[in-house]
Design a protein around this ligand. Structure first.
Ligand SMILES: [Zn+2]
Length: 552
């Protein structure tokens, strides 16, 4: 937004001419990148990146592994590893206890009403219907991002965030960047009235060409011969969501492109292709990386998460999706070389969380695994609380990773808050899928438990005093804590498959290549980027800068 005609149309040509003359190897190494391309692959565990390394293209993810810096042990440190929480952490350098994004959704503590992490009824999608809980603004994000600091340092800096999911765009965009998200109903990308009143011409032109419709009746077929998928589970397992078999044709039973097709599109490799095409359009349309003021482009690719939810990370569908994505990334990276210029941008790739195996698959491996019935757990808590305290529905509902108690009734009836919490916890611990539970009283008092209590540090990082529920629940490993039946597998636990994610850097002028085994956290990305951009780290950042060797 706010781009002049000159900037949009004439500048790219002038910049391209200038760039041709400026690309000299003698340029000082400490120059800031013109553009940071920050990528998130939704729901990508690090184990999948290294597990399929021998099948990756030379210049896709292997650009990082072969010629970039990559971390073998990178993790999130918060317990409830879900999309909103992860995307809020990446560029703020802060965990949910500080960002306030404690989950994808939660309940307002005062009213008990549902809150969506990026929901804000003051704003609507541009040119699209908007439901009350749709994500339209960063109102709930309590802290600043690297992009916010960058824009404060120089108002000319541009920060653009793009994703298949609203929260995947809005949270990395921070308070002052601009977010564009995929619209399931139309196959278009839209921003919201929080950011602008109308789309810039490049967005309107992108949508007018109906690029999603190019994929109508397109087939998702395996990239490699059957023998290449020996490490992953064959299609059609009984716990899979519908459509768990390749090849599949998008919009197969539809006469013309419509909402069902557009929703299926973002759940196929073509959804990533479309998102990356929109990112290319943003680079051209906003002239990203073309002047001396650094810009940030954040691209969160949502499809991998949808595939993993539907079929599990161990499925051939997930394996094949990653291979397709890898080839799409290769083409995108090579376009960045052309559009922005080699050695002029820094590329970073991470994930918002990893993924747990499907419980049915974990059972086949001999694990204690299952599906926790969430409504039943709440009913059990309320039955016990009613019996003990004589009040119905003292537990108002699930809120993010915990059970929200009715503070109003507890105060009005002069019940002992701590005793109500304790009883709720006692019942939750009898549920088959619950490993641990922590009460508000414990979490508000640092000295109440030994610091090395299992899960405590992660739960503290997840728990925000003003927003979080009163009894925090930790699911057992391999247990699925999710009531949607269409989910074969999920994430959101404090175990390694969920918290171990890729952190990959590529930018030969700023980052020396190599594998780094030292344990690092995702909260280290934001201060590292701030350091490379020579700006202060975001104010709530709690991460140690990543141990990236300086370029010699
Ligand atoms: Zn996610």
């Amino acid at each position: 937004m706010n781009h002049t005609f000159f900037k949009r149309y004439a500048f790219p040509f002038l910049a391209a001419l200038l760039l041709v003359g400026c690309t000299t190897p003698q340029a000082p190494k400490q120059d800031k990148p013109r553009l940071i391309v920050f990528m998130a692959v939704d729901g990508l565990p690090q184990s999948q990146v290294v597990g399929y390394r021998d099948q990756l293209a030379p210049d896709g993810l292997r650009r990082f592994l072969d010629r970039g810096a990559w971390f073998a042990d990178a993790r999130y440190g918060h317990a409830f590893t879900v999309t909103g929480a992860g995307h809020a952490t990446m560029l703020t350098g802060a965990y949910p206890h500080r960002t306030g994004i404690i989950g994808n959704d939660w309940r307002d503590r005062a009213s008990g009403e549902p809150v969506y992490c990026t929901g804000d009824t003051a704003y609507t999608y541009i040119g699209h219907k908007t439901k009350p809980l749709d994500g339209t603004s960063p109102k709930n994000l309590m802290v600043e991002t690297v992009g916010d600091v960058l824009k404060r340092a120089d108002v000319r800096a541009k920060v653009i965030a793009i994703s298949g999911k609203d929260r995947g765009a809005i949270l990395p965009a921070g308070k002052t960047g601009v977010a564009y998200m995929y619209m399931d109903a139309t196959g278009q990308f839209a921003s919201s009235t929080f950011y602008m009143n109308e789309h810039p011409a490049w967005v309107t032109a992108f949508n007018a060409a109906k690029p999603a419709d190019r994929y109508f009746k397109a087939s998702w077929s395996p990239l490699l011969p059957d023998s290449a998928y020996a490490k992953s589970l064959p299609d059609g397992q009984p716990w899979y969501a519908p459509g768990g078999k390749l090849p599949k044709v998008l919009g197969e039973s539809d006469a013309k492109p419509g909402p069902a097709f557009y929703a299926a599109l973002i759940r196929s490799p073509y959804g990533d292709a479309l998102t990356l095409d929109f990112a290319r359009a943003a680079i051209a349309g906003e002239s990203l990386g073309q002047d001396e003021v650094p810009d940030i482009l954040s691209v969160s690719l949502s499809t991998h998460d949808y595939i993993n939810h539907g079929y599990g990370p161990e499925s051939r569908l997930s394996h094949d999706h990653l291979l397709h994505l890898d080839r799409l990334l290769e083409a995108f990276f090579q376009d960045l070389d052309r559009m922005v210029g080699k050695d002029r941008y820094l590329l970073v790739l991470t994930a918002d969380h990893g993924f747990m195996p499907a419980p049915e698959y974990a059972k086949l491996l001999g694990r204690d695994a299952g599906r926790q019935n969430i409504p039943q757990a709440l009913a059990d808590v309320n039955a016990a609380l009613t019996q003990k305290f004589g009040e119905p529905k003292l537990a108002r509902g699930w809120s993010a990773s915990g059970v929200l108690l009715d503070d109003g009734v507890i105060a009005q009836k002069k019940l002992d808050q701590r005793a109500v919490e304790e009883e709720a916890r006692r019942v939750l611990l009898t549920e088959p899928g619950v490993a641990a539970a922590f009460t508000r009283t414990e979490l508000e008092n640092p000295a109440s438990l030994p610091a090395d209590t299992p899960f405590l540090a992660q739960v503290r990082n997840t728990w925000n005093r003003e927003r979080s529920a009163d009894v925090q629940v930790v699911v057992k490993q391999y247990w699925l804590f999710e009531s949607r039946r269409t989910f074969a597998a999920t994430h959101g636990s404090p175990y390694a498959p969920d918290y171990t994610v890729p952190i990959l850097f590529y930018g030969p002028r700023w980052v020396a290549p190599g594998r780094i085994d030292q344990a690092v956290e995702v909260v280290g990305i934001a201060p590292t980027l701030a350091s490379i951009l020579a700006i202060p780290a975001p104010s709530a950042s709690e991460g140690k800068p990543l141990p990236i060797a300086p370029v010699r």
